[in-house]
Design a protein around this ligand. Structure first.
Ligand code: PLP
Length: 432
């Protein structure tokens, strides 16, 4: 049975060609994006607020986003990182405030808080790989102002419980949906549970314009603040010119407008989002189902599988050593993307998604000599806060013994077959 010998031990690999790149939306870029882009160029109007023959791509993208997510207001911006900072600023976050966020997220969640002068307070995750509602309740303090819930790896976690906790404690709920555009929990889309939600359209996300971001909310004042902050600090009039007269919207702008070129691409991608997701969902859940019978192989808990947007398959192993061995063997079987791809990886190597991999958080660095915001008198309450590894036991444990496989949005039946074949082959060799 030479074909049973693992490739890592000199056997024949399950497949010889790399799997496709991750990047869900990128595989679907095509003539629709091209046509929208050509219209912007032909009109010589790449700026959204005025120009010779404005095509209103960003306006349409915002309108269609409101329709897709059923929220009243949308502001398109130039990145998910900017969207987070603008949303927190619009909520009035500053020194003396604490933002509760999970230890498994993306560095942008932390940087948005720190740049505004507020304090990040880490909350542990559970086996959904999202914020643990029980630890959240333990971590709430008098300084807490916002709960930042991050829908990780395409799925929702216990967002309903978190939303109830936010209401009970009168805290704002901000949902970071950068990794979960189009995901849902029991029929409600990610981005519709809290006061305000942010998205990213960077290359790794479910829909993409290379760079881009989005803010959604229902409250008009919050929208107007977000709008002013995303631009130059003020409202705009019907002619698209700055209107500095309203004293409620004389704020400090972050220069994060979306261009019409980005809007052209974002609009076409939004119209494909459901197709992109259903392709990944089909592939991922057929793989997961065919591996269900292997007891040593556990999966991330996804409370509502039907709402999983499915860009990743997360596997959990009995211990750190098995996780490493399994993943190395799987990659040797050809279960990895082209060179430079991160499609098959150990969780602990997934960089700035883990609090303990962010050196400037652990060291509480500042970009000015004053040490702001850690040194700010209103932030005295956080002097003893520790961000080093060991702070969140479930994060540390799951990071050590889990791995992730990107599910490309263009997998063929053969690709899916190869992935399950390789998992089963490695499982037979390692678990017997
Ligand atoms: C990608 C990502 C962001 C940042 O988005 P950019 O558009 O790259 O700035 C924020 N939060 C999470 C959870 C992300 O995955």
């Amino acid at each position: 049975m030479s074909e049973e010998k693992l490739a890592i031990a000199g056997g024949t690999p399950v497949r010889a060609t790399p799997l496709p790149w991750e990047f869900p939306g990128a595989h679907w870029l095509g003539t629709e994006e091209q046509q929208n882009l050509m219209r912007v160029i032909a009109g010589k109007s790449p700026f959204r607020y005025y120009g010779p023959e404005l095509q209103h791509m960003v306006d349409h993208f915002e309108t269609e986003s409101c329709r897709y997510w059923q929220r009243r207001f949308a502001v398109a911006v130039n990145s998910g990182t900017a969207a987070l900072a603008i949303a927190l600023a619009a909520l009035g976050v500053g020194p003396g405030d604490e933002v509760l966020l999970p230890g498994y997220m993306w560095v942008s969640c932390v940087s948005a808080v720190v740049r505004l002068g507020a304090i990040p307070k880490l909350v542990d995750i559970d086996n959904t790989f999202c914020m643990d509602p029980h630890d959240l309740e333990r971590k709430i303090s008098p300084q807490s102002k916002v709960i930042l819930f991050v829908h990780m790896n395409g799925a929702c976690g216990h967002i309903e419980q978190v939303s109830l906790i936010a209401k009970k404690h009168k805290l704002f709920l901000l949902e970071d949906c950068a990794q979960a555009a189009g995901a849902a929990s029991n029929g409600t889309l990610a981005g519709c549970f809290g006061d305000i939600a942010t998205f990213s359209l960077q290359l790794n996300k479910n829909f993409t314009s290379g760079e881009g971001g989005l803010i959604l909310c229902d409250d008009e004042h919050l929208y107007r603040r977000s709008f002013a902050i995303h631009d130059l600090g003020y409202a705009r009039n019907d002619a698209g010119r700055l209107d500095v007269t309203n004293p409620n919207y004389q704020l400090w702008g972050m220069g994060s407008r979306m261009s019409e070129l980005t809007g052209a691409c974002a609009l076409a991608q939004l119209q494909k989002l459901n197709s992109i997701i259903s392709s990944m969902h089909h592939a991922k859940w057929s793989i997961r189902q065919s591996l269900q019978h292997i007891p040593q192989l556990q999966f991330r808990n996804i409370p509502d599988p039907s709402g999983d947007s499915s860009p990743f398959l997360i596997t959990i192993y009995p211990n750190e050593e098995t996780c490493l061995k399994f993943t190395e063997a799987l990659m040797a079987e050809g279960i990895q993307g082209p060179e430079g791809s991160l499609s098959c990886a150990l969780m602990r190597n997934w960089g700035l998604h883990w609090y303990f991999n962010i050196p400037n958080l652990i060291q509480k660095t500042s970009w000015c000599a004053d040490g702001f915001p850690w040194s700010h008198p209103a932030n005295q309450f956080a002097q003893h806060y520790d961000y080093a590894k060991g702070t969140l036991p479930h994060c540390d444990d799951l990071a050590a013994r889990s791995a992730l496989l990107s599910i490309a949005s263009c997998l063929t039946a053969q690709d899916i077959h190869d992935i399950t074949t390789a998992f089963k082959k490695v499982a037979r060799a390692l678990f017997g």
